[in-house]
Write a new protein. Structure first.
Length: 106
């Protein structure tokens, strides 16, 4: 129930994208992501609701048909089943939450 950074394992999900799962519960989970400039998250959809909060850097985000560049202190919510993608404009750090938890991220 308490987060300890020394126990968090880093996982390189794809080039320039590193995930550290922070918390895992029955109804939600959270992770911290590190992105290098130019990293891409291809268009995809999943049944999980997702919230992303940008700690640093800038990202071009597309949710459905809407696209925006977001930066520190901004975020976005993706309803389950909606196609979304991301292009990192400059190195970025984010906190991301999903409900329900994503088993492949445990």
């Amino acid at each position: 129930m308490f987060y300890q950074s020394a126990r968090v394992k880093s996982v390189e999900m794809s080039p320039g994208i590193v995930r550290r799962t922070l918390a895992w519960g029955q109804a939600m989970m959270g992770a911290r992501f590190s992105y290098t400039a130019g990293a891409l998250t291809a268009p995809h959809a999943h049944p999980h609701e997702q919230f992303t909060y940008v700690l640093s850097g800038h990202c071009r985000v597309r949710i459905g048909e809407e696209e925006r560049v977001i930066g520190p202190g901004e975020g976005y919510l993706v309803p389950g089943g909606v196609t979304h993608s991301q292009e990192v404009q400059e190195a970025a750090e984010t906190i991301e939450l999903w409900s329900p938890p994503r088993p492949e991220f445990e």
